[in-house]
Design a protein around this ligand. Structure first.
Ligand SMILES: Nc1ncnc2c1ncn2[C@@H]1O[C@H](COP(=O)(O)OP(=O)(O)OP(=O)(O)O)[C@@H](O)[C@H]1O
Ligand SMILES: [Mg+2]
Length: 289
């Protein structure tokens, strides 16, 4: 049985950028719940509000109006330090562009979120996380010595190393070829099978179909239970070949590794009042359906 505890609860959330005539209403009246152990895809076309929603879910931004509760806690009442801790310890981020530090090898990249928490046994934890994504034989490789798919697996290992309550993946296969994309989606399915809560953001119906549940977003409004086709998203049917073409275009090189630690993913940003080291109670992982 899936544990029923909500990890995400958005209640009538609005996000508006700017004001007056130039105001952009990026999210409108968004109400949604994601429960522990669910694998949810959020799908929508460009400009529909996916990244805005992801930023709010990931505690990188706050709603203009409405309430966001993460694991039952009202995010708007949290201090900046508590928000930083949520990002660092309780949410794992995976992005289209990997955001690995290019001068650090795989296990050093994976270790990063633990560094700021002064956790003991960091290397062992990093190695275990890399093993989970099938990279036990690449732990000493630098990002530029790894394929795109392998780099994304390192990024997933880094997202998992803190044992987060939520894995948030924004277009994780956007820079990958078909084969590597399939590998990454398989890893997400396996993680879901072992009880992880996952939110996958994408504009691709084929990729959204990997998830257990699909939420659509369009013009900042979410809906569920809509049958997804490419036509639904673009307004007109798109032949498969055009879709394949778009995928190829998306694969066009984007910087996969960076030099500056501040450019790495939000979970590696140190909380301003990092807590004293100490064991955290382990959350239950097992589930049967
Ligand atoms: N910082 C900002 N200031 C003003 N408008 C913004 C800002 N960020 C996003 N927007 C606007 O909000 C709307 C939603 O943008 P968002 O980036 O969330 O879309 P998206 O679904 O992630 O698109 P894509 O698939 O292209 O990444 C767009 O109209 C965008 O122009
Ligand atoms: Mg976006």
């Amino acid at each position: 049985m899936i544990e029923d505890r909500p990890v995400i609860q958005l209640d009538n959330v609005y996000k508006t950028y700017g004001s007056g005539e130039t105001a952009v209403h990026a999210l409108r009246s968004v109400t949604m719940t994601v429960r522990q152990g669910e694998f949810v895809a959020i799908i929508g076309p460009s400009g529909s509000g996916k990244s805005t929603l992801m930023n709010i879910l990931g505690c990188l931004d706050v709603p203009s109006i409405g309430r966001y509760r993460f694991a039952g806690e009202d995010v708007s009442r949290m201090t900046d330090a508590s928000l930083a801790r949520v990002r660092n310890e309780r949410i794992g981020f995976v992005f289209q562009q990997f955001h690995l530090l290019k001068r650090m090898n795989a296990w050093r990249n994976v270790e990063l979120p633990l560094l700021y928490r002064r956790v003991r046994g960091r290397k062992d934890k990093a190695l275990r996380s890399l093993q989970m994504v099938g990279l036990a034989d690449r732990v000493h490789h630098l990002p530029n010595e790894l394929s795109g798919g392998q780099q994304q697996r390192v990024a997933i290992a880094r997202a998992l190393v803190t044992d987060p309550e939520l894995l948030l993946a924004d277009e994780p296969t956007g820079n990958l070829d078909t084969h590597s994309s399939a590998e990454i989606l398989q890893i997400l399915r396996t993680l879901h099978g072992s009880g992880r809560t996952i939110i996958l953001i994408t504009h691709d119906p084929d990729i959204a179909a990997t998830a257990q549940r699909v939420i659509s977003i369009r013009d900042g409004e979410v809906s569920e239970g809509v049958t997804l086709t490419v036509a639904h998203l673009s307004g007109q049917p798109v032949p498969t070949t055009a879709r394949a073409q778009r995928r190829r275009t998306r694969r066009a090189a984007a910087p996969a590794a960076v030099d500056d630690p501040r450019a790495a993913d939000p979970s590696t940003a140190p909380p301003t009042d990092a807590p004293a080291p100490g064991p955290r109670p382990r959350r239950p992982r097992s589930r049967t359906e």
